[in-house]
Design a protein around this ligand. Structure first.
Ligand SMILES: Nc1ncnc2c1ncn2[C@@H]1O[C@H](COP(=O)(O)OP(=O)(O)OP(=O)(O)O)[C@@H](O)[C@H]1O
Length: 340
């Protein structure tokens, strides 16, 4: 659905030349929710803005729904852009118009008749869950409701692709989750391809199928969310993945417990279907070991569960080795982090 080939973007400003995006090649499938994650200044906004040519690449081609956008004249580009909706961190809605009139706005521009507009706006209001708020003004809406208006507007002309530029960054965690759930629902219901940029791994974990990690203008790592979570290669990716599984207080409590426990500290990593507790029960039953659970967290991704469990295992070394071989034989990774 989306193909980026050899994309570079260089800005020339008073303070000099900035290579914001460097030689990016990406392929995003139809119906996929694809996330781009990176810290501030990594080049994410510039990259997503090139997907609808709000920003023109210095080099390379952008193909969306079969259209090579970089080769189109302004008129053809305008019609190709109808296939691409976009939502923003600060909602981009019209403050002097009601919810209904905000959503109708892109339909007016496309020359849709009044009667058809009303029908379409009603459908969209229902789709994004804004029933009862049709006549409210943006200033009377919560942040989550404003973003729902943004989403309805972006979907008004039935695009094939929805671009989300930090769409949940201005929202509190609970509202963030409700907007992410709405995006997942829309993706499933409409088969819409969604590309989002974020600096929060939680967003990637919760709704994306695929992810690209950006650093200094480069895509440094890319793959399915489970694969990248399971085997992060680059230091920056490891940092992002650890944000989810190892909050600071957990690290401290492990250090504290390590000082007062003997045995081997082992981290089990579960992926796709396997979960922690049956395995621990199994270990205690089969082997003469003591297993002391330190911390565990199972997260759910779009493609299945992913989780880590840290345990102290006490016993004789040969039995521990045998027990760990058994764990690995169950398709669970077992990494010895510390032994006394
Ligand atoms: N119009 C512009 N002119 C000059 N430099 C720019 C312009 N737009 C972006 N840049 C620079 O390009 C680099 C990448 O910026 P970009 O906004 O794409 O990063 P980002 O990952 O989206 O970060 P943030 O989340 O802070 O927006 C930065 O160094 C930024 O200063």
């Amino acid at each position: 659905m989306i193909e980026l080939k050899g994309i570079n973007k260089t800005f020339f400003s008073k303070s000099g030349k900035v290579e914001a995006v460097k030689n990016v090649n990406l392929s995003i499938e139809k119906g996929e929710i694809f996330g781009v994650i990176g810290y501030s200044g990594a080049g994410k906004s510039t990259l997503i803005r090139m997907l609808n040519l709000l920003e023109r690449p210095t080099d390379g081609t952008v193909t969306v729904a079969g259209n090579n956008l970089s080769s189109l004249n302004e008129k053809k580009l305008r019609s190709a852009r109808q296939e691409i909706g976009m939502i923003f961190q600060h909602f981009n809605i019209l403050w002097s118009r009601t919810v209904r009139d905000n959503i109708a706005f892109p339909l007016e521009i496309s020359g849709i008749s009044k009667e058809d507009r009303k029908k379409r706006v009603d459908e969209l209001i229902q789709l994004v869950g804004l029933e009862g708020r049709e006549n409210a003004y943006p200033s009377q809406l919560s942040g989550g409701q404003k973003q729902r208006v943004g989403i309805a507007r972006a979907l008004a002309n039935n695009p094939k692709v929805l671009l989300c530029d930090e769409a949940t960054s201005a929202l509190d965690p609970k509202t963030t989750d409700s907007i992410l759930e709405l995006l997942t629902e829309i993706n499933k219901k409409l088969g819409l391809t969604i590309v989002l940029i974020t600096h929060e791994m939680h967003v990637i974990r919760k709704i994306c199928h695929g992810v690209a990690v950006m650093e200094n203008g480069n895509v440094v790592e890319e793959g399915s969310v489970l694969e990248v979570f399971h085997h992060p290669k680059e230091p920056i990716t490891k940092d992002f993945v650890n944000q989810l599984s190892e909050p600071e207080e957990m690290k401290e409590s492990i250090a504290h417990l390590a000082a007062s426990n003997d045995g081997e500290l082992v981290q089990f990593t579960f992926i796709k279907g396997k979960t922690g507790s049956p395995l621990v029960t199994d270990l205690i039953r089969r082997y003469d070991v003591e297993v002391n659970i330190i911390q565990g967290k199972i997260s759910h991704t779009q493609d299945g569960p992913y989780g880590k469990l840290s345990v102290f295992i006490k016993g004789s070394q040969p039995v521990i080795d045998e027990a760990l071989a058994y764990v690995r034989g169950q398709g669970v990774e077992a990494e010895v982090i510390l032994n006394d």
